[in-house]
Write a protein that binds this ligand. Structure first.
Ligand SMILES: NC(=O)c1ccc[n+]([C@@H]2O[C@H](COP(=O)([O-])OP(=O)(O)OC[C@H]3O[C@@H](n4cnc5c(N)ncnc54)[C@H](OP(=O)(O)O)[C@@H]3O)[C@@H](O)[C@H]2O)c1
Length: 355
Protein backbone atom coordinates (compact mmCIF):
# COMPACT_ATOMS: atom_id res chain seq x y z
CA UNK A 1 0.00 0.00 0.00
CA UNK A 2 1.13 3.53 -0.73
CA UNK A 3 2.57 5.55 2.15
CA UNK A 4 0.22 8.55 2.01
CA UNK A 5 -0.64 11.16 4.63
CA UNK A 6 -4.30 11.49 5.59
CA UNK A 7 -5.94 14.59 7.10
CA UNK A 8 -9.38 14.20 8.67
CA UNK A 9 -11.24 17.51 9.12
CA UNK A 10 -13.97 17.83 11.75
CA UNK A 11 -11.88 15.33 13.72
CA UNK A 12 -13.35 16.50 17.02
CA UNK A 13 -16.81 15.95 15.56
CA UNK A 14 -19.07 12.92 15.59
CA UNK A 15 -18.23 11.52 12.14
CA UNK A 16 -14.63 12.77 11.85
CA UNK A 17 -13.77 11.52 15.34
CA UNK A 18 -15.16 8.09 14.53
CA UNK A 19 -13.20 7.98 11.25
CA UNK A 20 -9.97 8.73 13.15
CA UNK A 21 -10.82 5.98 15.67
CA UNK A 22 -11.56 3.49 12.88
CA UNK A 23 -8.27 4.29 11.13
CA UNK A 24 -6.37 3.94 14.41
CA UNK A 25 -7.96 0.57 15.07
CA UNK A 26 -6.09 -0.70 11.99
CA UNK A 27 -2.80 0.89 12.86
CA UNK A 28 -0.68 -1.57 10.94
CA UNK A 29 -2.27 -0.18 7.77
CA UNK A 30 -2.64 3.38 9.01
CA UNK A 31 0.34 4.20 11.25
CA UNK A 32 -0.11 7.28 13.42
CA UNK A 33 2.75 9.04 11.61
CA UNK A 34 0.45 9.26 8.57
CA UNK A 35 -2.63 10.52 10.43
CA UNK A 36 -3.51 14.20 10.90
CA UNK A 37 -6.60 15.61 12.60
CA UNK A 38 -7.92 19.13 11.94
CA UNK A 39 -9.81 20.60 14.92
CA UNK A 40 -10.84 24.08 16.02
CA UNK A 41 -9.85 24.57 19.66
CA UNK A 42 -6.73 24.04 21.79
CA UNK A 43 -8.70 21.73 24.10
CA UNK A 44 -9.59 19.57 21.09
CA UNK A 45 -5.93 19.54 19.99
CA UNK A 46 -4.89 18.18 23.39
CA UNK A 47 -7.63 15.58 23.31
CA UNK A 48 -6.85 14.29 19.79
CA UNK A 49 -3.09 14.52 20.28
CA UNK A 50 -3.38 12.03 23.14
CA UNK A 51 -4.28 9.40 20.51
CA UNK A 52 -0.88 9.77 18.88
CA UNK A 53 -2.13 11.48 15.74
CA UNK A 54 -0.90 14.95 14.83
CA UNK A 55 -3.70 17.37 15.70
CA UNK A 56 -3.73 20.72 13.90
CA UNK A 57 -5.69 23.67 15.24
CA UNK A 58 -7.14 25.01 12.03
CA UNK A 59 -10.05 27.23 11.09
CA UNK A 60 -10.95 25.94 7.63
CA UNK A 61 -12.29 29.38 6.72
CA UNK A 62 -8.67 30.59 6.71
CA UNK A 63 -7.46 29.73 3.20
CA UNK A 64 -3.82 30.55 3.83
CA UNK A 65 -3.58 28.48 7.02
CA UNK A 66 -5.25 25.55 5.28
CA UNK A 67 -2.71 25.74 2.44
CA UNK A 68 0.18 25.86 4.92
CA UNK A 69 -1.20 22.90 6.88
CA UNK A 70 -1.61 20.75 3.77
CA UNK A 71 1.77 21.66 2.26
CA UNK A 72 3.86 21.53 5.46
CA UNK A 73 2.38 18.21 6.55
CA UNK A 74 2.53 16.75 3.03
CA UNK A 75 -1.14 15.75 3.04
CA UNK A 76 -2.20 13.47 0.16
CA UNK A 77 -5.77 12.58 1.18
CA UNK A 78 -8.30 14.81 2.92
CA UNK A 79 -11.39 13.28 4.51
CA UNK A 80 -13.58 16.34 4.94
CA UNK A 81 -16.28 15.95 7.59
CA UNK A 82 -16.34 19.53 8.94
CA UNK A 83 -19.19 20.84 6.81
CA UNK A 84 -21.46 19.90 3.92
CA UNK A 85 -23.12 23.29 3.51
CA UNK A 86 -20.33 25.87 3.44
CA UNK A 87 -18.45 25.33 0.17
CA UNK A 88 -15.60 27.60 1.28
CA UNK A 89 -14.23 24.98 3.70
CA UNK A 90 -13.95 22.32 1.01
CA UNK A 91 -12.69 24.88 -1.52
CA UNK A 92 -9.76 25.84 0.69
CA UNK A 93 -8.85 22.19 1.15
CA UNK A 94 -9.09 21.44 -2.57
CA UNK A 95 -7.03 24.49 -3.53
CA UNK A 96 -4.36 23.36 -1.05
CA UNK A 97 -4.42 19.80 -2.43
CA UNK A 98 -4.12 21.29 -5.92
CA UNK A 99 -0.99 23.18 -4.87
CA UNK A 100 0.50 20.03 -3.37
CA UNK A 101 -0.22 18.06 -6.54
CA UNK A 102 1.41 20.77 -8.60
CA UNK A 103 4.48 20.86 -6.32
CA UNK A 104 5.01 17.08 -6.20
CA UNK A 105 3.37 15.75 -9.37
CA UNK A 106 1.62 13.19 -7.13
CA UNK A 107 -2.14 12.57 -7.10
CA UNK A 108 -4.12 14.10 -4.26
CA UNK A 109 -7.59 13.11 -3.04
CA UNK A 110 -10.53 14.90 -1.43
CA UNK A 111 -13.37 12.91 0.13
CA UNK A 112 -16.31 15.24 0.69
CA UNK A 113 -19.06 14.38 3.20
CA UNK A 114 -22.45 15.41 1.88
CA UNK A 115 -26.05 14.86 3.02
CA UNK A 116 -28.76 12.70 1.41
CA UNK A 117 -31.90 14.43 2.81
CA UNK A 118 -32.25 16.65 -0.27
CA UNK A 119 -32.84 13.67 -2.58
CA UNK A 120 -36.53 13.79 -1.73
CA UNK A 121 -39.61 15.53 -3.11
CA UNK A 122 -39.72 17.50 0.14
CA UNK A 123 -36.13 18.59 -0.53
CA UNK A 124 -37.03 19.78 -4.05
CA UNK A 125 -35.63 16.71 -5.89
CA UNK A 126 -37.75 16.19 -9.03
CA UNK A 127 -35.96 13.15 -10.53
CA UNK A 128 -37.34 10.37 -8.31
CA UNK A 129 -35.21 7.42 -7.29
CA UNK A 130 -31.44 7.45 -7.73
CA UNK A 131 -28.74 4.92 -6.94
CA UNK A 132 -24.98 4.58 -6.92
CA UNK A 133 -23.59 5.05 -10.41
CA UNK A 134 -26.38 7.39 -11.57
CA UNK A 135 -25.26 10.73 -13.09
CA UNK A 136 -26.11 12.63 -9.91
CA UNK A 137 -23.66 15.47 -10.60
CA UNK A 138 -25.34 16.16 -13.96
CA UNK A 139 -28.80 16.07 -12.34
CA UNK A 140 -27.76 18.47 -9.58
CA UNK A 141 -26.14 20.78 -12.11
CA UNK A 142 -29.19 20.76 -14.36
CA UNK A 143 -31.53 21.35 -11.41
CA UNK A 144 -29.45 24.31 -10.17
CA UNK A 145 -32.10 25.11 -7.56
CA UNK A 146 -29.91 26.77 -4.95
CA UNK A 147 -30.42 23.97 -2.40
CA UNK A 148 -27.26 24.54 -0.29
CA UNK A 149 -26.00 20.92 -0.23
CA UNK A 150 -26.40 20.46 -3.99
CA UNK A 151 -24.76 23.81 -4.72
CA UNK A 152 -21.79 22.75 -2.59
CA UNK A 153 -21.60 19.26 -4.16
CA UNK A 154 -21.38 20.68 -7.69
CA UNK A 155 -19.00 23.50 -6.72
CA UNK A 156 -16.68 21.00 -4.98
CA UNK A 157 -16.76 18.61 -7.94
CA UNK A 158 -15.97 21.41 -10.40
CA UNK A 159 -13.20 23.00 -8.36
CA UNK A 160 -11.52 19.62 -7.82
CA UNK A 161 -11.62 18.95 -11.57
CA UNK A 162 -10.09 22.36 -12.27
CA UNK A 163 -7.34 21.74 -9.68
CA UNK A 164 -6.60 18.18 -10.83
CA UNK A 165 -7.63 16.79 -7.43
CA UNK A 166 -9.41 13.42 -7.37
CA UNK A 167 -12.75 14.05 -5.66
CA UNK A 168 -15.37 11.77 -4.14
CA UNK A 169 -18.74 12.86 -2.75
CA UNK A 170 -19.98 10.60 0.04
CA UNK A 171 -23.75 10.98 0.46
CA UNK A 172 -24.16 10.56 4.21
CA UNK A 173 -27.66 9.51 5.29
CA UNK A 174 -29.24 9.78 8.75
CA UNK A 175 -26.50 8.66 11.17
CA UNK A 176 -27.15 7.11 14.58
CA UNK A 177 -25.29 5.29 17.32
CA UNK A 178 -22.58 6.35 19.76
CA UNK A 179 -19.49 7.61 17.98
CA UNK A 180 -16.05 6.29 18.87
CA UNK A 181 -14.34 9.68 18.57
CA UNK A 182 -12.31 11.17 21.35
CA UNK A 183 -14.32 14.40 21.60
CA UNK A 184 -17.91 14.43 20.34
CA UNK A 185 -19.78 11.12 20.40
CA UNK A 186 -23.32 12.16 19.49
CA UNK A 187 -25.15 12.67 16.20
CA UNK A 188 -27.79 15.36 15.57
CA UNK A 189 -31.38 14.14 15.13
CA UNK A 190 -31.97 11.51 17.82
CA UNK A 191 -30.00 13.31 20.58
CA UNK A 192 -31.79 16.60 19.76
CA UNK A 193 -35.15 14.81 20.10
CA UNK A 194 -34.11 13.08 23.33
CA UNK A 195 -33.13 16.43 24.88
CA UNK A 196 -36.27 18.22 23.67
CA UNK A 197 -38.49 15.36 24.88
CA UNK A 198 -36.97 15.45 28.36
CA UNK A 199 -37.49 19.23 28.54
CA UNK A 200 -41.08 19.01 27.25
CA UNK A 201 -41.83 15.74 29.10
CA UNK A 202 -43.22 14.34 25.83
CA UNK A 203 -41.91 13.02 22.50
CA UNK A 204 -43.17 15.00 19.51
CA UNK A 205 -43.18 14.08 15.82
CA UNK A 206 -44.32 15.91 12.69
CA UNK A 207 -47.78 15.32 11.23
CA UNK A 208 -46.16 13.52 8.29
CA UNK A 209 -43.88 10.45 8.43
CA UNK A 210 -40.51 10.23 6.67
CA UNK A 211 -38.66 7.58 4.72
CA UNK A 212 -35.04 8.00 5.67
CA UNK A 213 -32.01 6.14 4.53
CA UNK A 214 -29.74 5.47 7.48
CA UNK A 215 -26.38 4.19 8.69
CA UNK A 216 -24.83 3.33 12.05
CA UNK A 217 -21.78 5.46 12.81
CA UNK A 218 -19.49 2.41 13.08
CA UNK A 219 -20.50 1.27 9.58
CA UNK A 220 -20.13 4.78 8.18
CA UNK A 221 -16.60 5.07 9.61
CA UNK A 222 -15.79 1.71 8.00
CA UNK A 223 -17.05 3.02 4.66
CA UNK A 224 -14.52 5.87 4.77
CA UNK A 225 -11.77 3.45 5.83
CA UNK A 226 -12.63 1.16 2.91
CA UNK A 227 -12.49 4.05 0.46
CA UNK A 228 -9.10 5.16 1.83
CA UNK A 229 -7.74 1.59 1.63
CA UNK A 230 -8.73 1.39 -2.01
CA UNK A 231 -6.99 4.68 -2.73
CA UNK A 232 -3.84 3.45 -0.96
CA UNK A 233 -3.98 0.22 -2.97
CA UNK A 234 -4.01 2.29 -6.17
CA UNK A 235 -7.52 1.29 -7.26
CA UNK A 236 -8.99 3.72 -9.79
CA UNK A 237 -12.39 4.40 -8.27
CA UNK A 238 -15.02 6.41 -10.16
CA UNK A 239 -14.38 10.01 -9.13
CA UNK A 240 -15.30 13.59 -10.01
CA UNK A 241 -18.59 13.82 -11.88
CA UNK A 242 -18.94 10.02 -11.56
CA UNK A 243 -17.71 9.97 -7.96
CA UNK A 244 -20.94 10.07 -5.92
CA UNK A 245 -21.26 7.26 -3.33
CA UNK A 246 -24.20 6.67 -1.00
CA UNK A 247 -23.22 5.19 2.37
CA UNK A 248 -26.74 3.86 2.95
CA UNK A 249 -27.20 0.71 5.03
CA UNK A 250 -30.98 0.57 5.43
CA UNK A 251 -34.21 2.56 5.55
CA UNK A 252 -36.24 3.75 8.52
CA UNK A 253 -39.20 6.06 9.17
CA UNK A 254 -39.08 8.85 11.74
CA UNK A 255 -42.47 7.88 13.23
CA UNK A 256 -41.07 4.46 14.14
CA UNK A 257 -38.06 6.13 15.74
CA UNK A 258 -40.30 8.57 17.67
CA UNK A 259 -42.47 5.69 18.87
CA UNK A 260 -39.49 3.62 20.07
CA UNK A 261 -38.03 6.70 21.71
CA UNK A 262 -41.31 7.42 23.51
CA UNK A 263 -41.22 3.86 24.88
CA UNK A 264 -37.58 4.12 26.02
CA UNK A 265 -38.03 7.56 27.63
CA UNK A 266 -41.32 6.62 29.27
CA UNK A 267 -39.78 3.45 30.74
CA UNK A 268 -37.17 5.71 32.41
CA UNK A 269 -39.83 8.13 33.69
CA UNK A 270 -38.43 10.92 31.50
CA UNK A 271 -41.68 11.58 29.59
CA UNK A 272 -45.25 11.24 30.79
CA UNK A 273 -46.61 8.88 28.12
CA UNK A 274 -45.25 6.10 25.84
CA UNK A 275 -46.79 7.67 22.71
CA UNK A 276 -45.48 10.41 20.45
CA UNK A 277 -47.59 13.57 19.98
CA UNK A 278 -47.72 15.85 16.93
CA UNK A 279 -45.71 19.10 17.03
CA UNK A 280 -48.25 21.96 17.35
CA UNK A 281 -46.14 24.07 14.98
CA UNK A 282 -42.88 24.03 13.03
CA UNK A 283 -41.77 27.05 15.05
CA UNK A 284 -42.09 25.13 18.29
CA UNK A 285 -40.20 22.16 16.80
CA UNK A 286 -37.37 24.37 15.55
CA UNK A 287 -37.02 26.07 18.90
CA UNK A 288 -37.23 22.89 20.99
CA UNK A 289 -34.85 20.94 18.75
CA UNK A 290 -32.54 23.94 18.21
CA UNK A 291 -32.54 23.33 14.45
CA UNK A 292 -32.97 25.88 11.63
CA UNK A 293 -36.64 26.72 11.02
CA UNK A 294 -36.27 26.33 7.22
CA UNK A 295 -34.93 22.76 7.51
CA UNK A 296 -36.53 21.31 10.63
CA UNK A 297 -39.58 19.85 8.82
CA UNK A 298 -37.45 18.52 5.96
CA UNK A 299 -35.06 16.90 8.45
CA UNK A 300 -37.94 14.89 9.93
CA UNK A 301 -40.32 14.29 7.02
CA UNK A 302 -38.15 13.77 3.91
CA UNK A 303 -39.00 10.70 1.90
CA UNK A 304 -35.55 10.08 0.50
CA UNK A 305 -35.43 8.41 -2.90
CA UNK A 306 -32.13 6.55 -2.83
CA UNK A 307 -32.44 2.95 -3.98
CA UNK A 308 -29.65 1.11 -2.19
CA UNK A 309 -31.39 -2.29 -2.31
CA UNK A 310 -28.47 -3.85 -0.44
CA UNK A 311 -26.09 -3.38 -3.35
CA UNK A 312 -23.56 -1.66 -1.17
CA UNK A 313 -20.82 0.38 -2.88
CA UNK A 314 -17.12 -0.66 -2.87
CA UNK A 315 -17.91 -4.08 -1.37
CA UNK A 316 -18.86 -2.40 1.92
CA UNK A 317 -20.61 -4.69 4.42
CA UNK A 318 -22.53 -2.67 7.00
CA UNK A 319 -23.37 -4.68 10.14
CA UNK A 320 -26.38 -2.54 11.12
CA UNK A 321 -28.30 -3.34 7.94
CA UNK A 322 -31.81 -3.50 9.36
CA UNK A 323 -34.06 -0.88 10.96
CA UNK A 324 -35.09 -3.27 13.77
CA UNK A 325 -31.61 -3.04 15.29
CA UNK A 326 -31.85 0.73 15.35
CA UNK A 327 -35.35 0.72 16.86
CA UNK A 328 -34.24 -1.78 19.50
CA UNK A 329 -31.27 0.43 20.45
CA UNK A 330 -33.29 3.46 21.57
CA UNK A 331 -32.46 2.86 25.25
CA UNK A 332 -28.76 3.12 24.32
CA UNK A 333 -29.46 6.33 22.38
CA UNK A 334 -31.10 7.85 25.47
CA UNK A 335 -28.27 6.74 27.78
CA UNK A 336 -25.61 8.05 25.36
CA UNK A 337 -27.34 11.43 25.08
CA UNK A 338 -27.52 11.76 28.86
CA UNK A 339 -23.87 10.76 29.17
CA UNK A 340 -22.13 12.49 26.26
CA UNK A 341 -24.04 15.67 25.37
CA UNK A 342 -21.68 18.53 24.53
CA UNK A 343 -24.30 21.19 23.82
CA UNK A 344 -25.62 22.56 20.55
CA UNK A 345 -24.18 21.70 17.13
CA UNK A 346 -22.32 24.36 15.10
CA UNK A 347 -23.27 22.67 11.80
CA UNK A 348 -25.99 25.15 10.89
CA UNK A 349 -24.24 28.34 11.98
CA UNK A 350 -23.34 29.09 8.36
CA UNK A 351 -27.04 29.42 7.47
CA UNK A 352 -27.31 32.35 9.88
CA UNK A 353 -24.43 34.15 8.18
CA UNK A 354 -25.60 33.48 4.61
CA UNK A 355 -29.33 34.26 5.02
N1 LIG B 1 -24.61 13.36 11.88
C1 LIG B 1 -25.48 13.11 10.91
O1 LIG B 1 -26.53 12.47 11.10
C2 LIG B 1 -25.16 13.56 9.51
C3 LIG B 1 -25.98 13.09 8.48
C4 LIG B 1 -25.71 13.48 7.17
C5 LIG B 1 -24.64 14.33 6.93
N2 LIG B 1 -23.89 14.81 7.95
C6 LIG B 1 -22.85 15.77 7.63
O2 LIG B 1 -21.56 15.27 7.98
C7 LIG B 1 -20.73 16.34 8.45
C8 LIG B 1 -20.20 15.98 9.84
O3 LIG B 1 -21.31 15.78 10.70
P1 LIG B 1 -21.11 15.52 12.25
O4 LIG B 1 -22.38 14.95 12.75
O5 LIG B 1 -19.83 14.81 12.48
O6 LIG B 1 -20.98 17.03 12.80
P2 LIG B 1 -20.18 17.57 14.08
O7 LIG B 1 -20.15 16.55 15.15
O8 LIG B 1 -20.76 18.90 14.41
O9 LIG B 1 -18.69 17.75 13.54
C9 LIG B 1 -18.30 18.78 12.71
C10 LIG B 1 -16.94 19.28 13.19
O10 LIG B 1 -16.45 20.21 12.23
C11 LIG B 1 -15.87 21.30 12.92
N3 LIG B 1 -15.90 22.51 12.13
C12 LIG B 1 -16.99 23.20 11.71
N4 LIG B 1 -16.61 24.31 11.05
C13 LIG B 1 -15.26 24.33 11.06
C14 LIG B 1 -14.28 25.25 10.58
N5 LIG B 1 -14.62 26.38 9.96
N6 LIG B 1 -12.98 24.95 10.78
C15 LIG B 1 -12.62 23.83 11.43
N7 LIG B 1 -13.49 22.94 11.93
C16 LIG B 1 -14.80 23.18 11.75
C17 LIG B 1 -16.72 21.45 14.19
O11 LIG B 1 -15.96 22.14 15.15
P3 LIG B 1 -16.55 22.50 16.62
O12 LIG B 1 -16.30 21.27 17.43
O13 LIG B 1 -15.73 23.67 17.04
O14 LIG B 1 -18.00 22.81 16.44
C18 LIG B 1 -17.01 20.00 14.55
O15 LIG B 1 -16.04 19.46 15.42
C19 LIG B 1 -21.59 17.58 8.45
O16 LIG B 1 -21.33 18.31 7.30
C20 LIG B 1 -23.01 17.05 8.42
O17 LIG B 1 -23.90 17.94 7.78
C21 LIG B 1 -24.12 14.44 9.23
Amino acid sequence: MADLNILVTGAAGYIGGSVIAALLSENTQFPTKNLFAAVRTEEQVQSLQSLGVKALQLDLLNEQKVAEAVLQNEIDIVVHTAGSIDARLAAHLILALGKRREATGKDTYHIHSSVTTGYSKEGGWPYGTIKDGDPVYKMEKELNDGFPIRTTNTAVTELAKEQGVTNFIVGVPFVYGTGSGKWKKLSQNIPATVKASITLKAVYKFDQDSKFVAVHISDLAEFYVLMIKKILQGEKLPSGEEGYYFAVAHEVGWWDIAQSLAGALSARGLVTEPQARIWPSDDMAAEALDLPRQFVRLMHTARVTIDYNKRYPLGWEPKWDDQQKLLASMGEEVAATLQHDKGRTTLFDVLKTTN
